[in-house]
Design a protein around this ligand. Structure first.
Ligand SMILES: [Zn+2]
Length: 637
């Protein structure tokens, strides 16, 4: 038997023990998973686990099918869908299976977007072909329960059709999307009596407005927004269509797998974030949620699947209790035991490590993947994926990142050093829990956290190199050039260490990608003979919220030199909203009590220290949640 197979079997046998779902009472009625790998054994295994997690909906997507035509064109897809639906219904008739479809799945031979949608004119033939595709597919897979329809990333997005006829000119982008929804609905709902769920996935704020408008004008469909607009980004606001699509069932889509946060190789444990999002969704009328689970089972990120199930049952459940149950069931650590508290602290922190490592001041800037970007000449993602597109409160930070200053670079260095420092804390917690852990669990966690620590170091220099290169292009100077060169040499050394310790295929933090980035910056910039190490004036460390009660919290930190003590805090980024006044005392050990807080509320804060000679450092964002007024105070993270 191969080693991989043995590992697979041991992972599977472990999972059988997990039964996160208590008896369902209230909570979300529709609880789903998305499966995206065309692999029969893999699909059937997850289907077998689904009832234990309270799952009553399955969506087949991505590697299985992105267009309804996949059923018509591929005998294998047809067979997998039919087997899958039969197995799901046999296991539990209440489980419903949906298939994914993009429209318009059509591109004219000349590749232009000059396509007519006039349903009574030039668009008739095309719309007839598209309706017929759904008829054929639903005849071939008659037991499928519904179709999830979307427009973003379709071969031809309906609002992109550029026909100049009177109908096309006189209809808005929203009306064109509505037309396509109605066409598909006439077959899926009208002829086959199945459910049509419209996914709001889009690529720009105006498209989000159009799909919202189209949905408000349509009846007889359900809606699936992501928890955030466009692609997964933990700082993004909630998708604006949530709660704003008229009286329709809404099922909210989540990524439990960290597509852009390490894809299971790095821990990204986010039960607290899931609660924050699910409570909002429930409060805005959502009746369900569906999670992406590929690449999660067998990794510590499985806590996301576990917590997702529990929170769909009751979005208000104490997240601490979910964590305690998880480490008991998965790692055999009894609640209240020293190992349990240590392991929870160790893993809970990985959400903060990941977001501080992959994002810059809340912005997604590097690459549309979990990897180091291969080009360093511009923070590419800052254009199409800026949060400011979806929440104007971020416009100031957006402008700053597009024209970074020395101060910006200091703040980025502080934020990245926080990811490294938090990684060290998690590794220390793991050592404390080691005596209570099974050796194979300890080794698995140690390998992942060490890898994460290394990546935090890589991204620290990636961030400095990319933003300092921007600064240097605007204000060329020998000193800045030497600092960029210093970053590139750090990265070359890290690429060599990654290759030595993890091999040429290391992921994330791949040595070839790191070297490509270095070469890309040098191709524009040339190598400098001088190299200098970027050492920010005054790193802040040990930033923590302690004694968090319903109405107060104590913030503490240390600074490398004596300085003043200020905390910005509030319930929304990036404005925070309140700032404590600077005490006159100059110290290295800082302590501030925040009072007048609201119970059961998530707070964000950052700390600031200015020395007597005027050097100032500002931390990245931290967060804590106040307990409900009746509960005991607890330590925040
Ligand atoms: Zn037309």
């Amino acid at each position: 038997m191969t080693k991989a197979l043995i590992m697979l079997i041991s992972a599977a046998s472990m999972l059988v023990l997990l039964a996160p779902v208590a008896s369902a009472s209230q909570g979300m009625a529709r609880r789903g998973w998305q499966l995206g790998r065309l692999d029969e054994a893999h699909i059937m295994q997850r289907l077998e686990w689904a009832p234990r997690y309270g799952i009553n909906e399955i969506q087949l997507s991505h590697g299985i099918m992105m267009n309804i035509d996949a059923i018509n064109d591929s005998e294998r897809v047809r067979r997998v869908v039919n087997d899958m639906v039969a197995r799901a219904h046999a296991a539990d008739p209440a489980i419903r299976v949906f298939v994914w479809a993009h429209e318009l799945n059509y591109r004219p031979p000349d590749d232009s977007a000059d396509v007519c949608l006039d349903p009574n004119g030039g668009g008739q033939a095309l719309l007839q072909v598209r309706r017929e595709a759904y008829r054929r597919a639903l005849r071939a897979c008659p037991e499928v329960d519904g179709v999830v329809l979307m427009f973003g990333s379709a071969r031809l997005e309906p609002w992109s059709a550029t026909c100049g006829c009177a109908w096309c000119r006189n209809h808005t982008p929203a009306q064109k999307a509505q037309l396509v929804i109605e066409q598909v609905k006439s077959v899926v709902v009208g002829e086959f009596k199945k459910e049509l769920m419209v996914r709001t996935f889009i690529h720009s704020p105006e498209q989000l407005r159009w799909i919202g408008e189209a949905l408000r004008a349509t009846s007889g469909v359900s809606v699936m927004p992501k928890c955030v607009p466009q692609d997964w980004e933990p700082y993004y606001p909630h998708d604006e269509t949530i709660g704003r699509v008229g009286n329709k069932e809404q099922v909210i889509e989540f990524d439990l797998a960290g597509e852009y946060w390490g894809r299971g190789a790095l821990p990204f444990c986010m039960p607290d974030e899931l609660q924050y999002r699910l409570q909002y969704d429930r409060d805005h009328g959502a009746v369900g949620a569906v999670g992406r689970i590929e690449d999660v089972f067998g990794t510590p990120n499985e806590v996301n699947i576990f917590a997702f199930s529990r929170l769909m049952q009751n979005p208000d459940e104490e997240v601490d209790a979910i964590w305690r149950d998880w480490v008991t069931e998965r790692y055999g650590l009894a609640p209240g035991s020293p190992g349990s508290a240590r392991l929870i602290a160790c893993l809970r922190r990985t959400f903060d490590i990941g977001r501080k490592m992959y994002y810059v001041k809340g912005f997604w800037v590097f690459d549309k993947s979990s990897e180091v970007p291969e080009t360093g000449r511009a923070p590419r993602m800052l254009e199409g994926r800026s949060i400011a597109l979806y929440d104007p409160a971020w416009k100031g930070v957006d402008a700053e990142l597009k024209r970074p200053t020395d101060r910006t670079l200091d703040e980025i260095a502080q934020e990245k050093s926080e990811a490294i420092w938090l990684s060290d804390l998690s590794l220390a917690d793991l050592e404390e829990a080691r005596a209570n852990l099974r050796p194979r669990d300890y080794e698995d966690l140690h390998q992942r956290l060490t890898h994460q620590r290394r990546c935090a170091e890589i991204w620290r220099w990636v961030a400095d190199a990319i933003f300092r290169y921007q600064l240097c292009k605007r204000q060329p100077s020998g000193r800045q050039r030497a600092l960029v060169e210093g970053d590139l040499r750090q990265l070359e050394a890290l690429a060599a260490r990654m290759e030595a310790d993890y091999g040429p295929l290391a992921y994330p933090g791949n040595p070839r990608r790191i070297r490509a980035l270095v070469a890309d910056i040098r191709s524009e910039f040339g190598a400098s003979r001088q190299a200098a190490a970027n050492e920010p004036p005054l790193l802040l460390q040990g930033i923590e919220a302690e004694s968090v009660g319903p109405r107060s919290a104590v913030i503490t930190w240390e600074s490398g030199a004596a300085g003043d003590t200020r905390v910005e805090y509030g319930t929304a980024l990036p404005a925070y909203g309140a700032e404590t006044s600077a005490g006159s005392q100059m110290t290295r050990h800082h302590r501030v009590e925040l009072t007048g807080l609201q119970p059961a509320t998530r707070y964000y804060f950052r700390v600031k220290t200015r020395t007597a000679d005027g050097r100032e450092m500002v931390s990245g964002d931290f967060r804590f949640k106040t307990p409900a007024a009746t509960a005991q105070g607890r330590k925040g993270t």
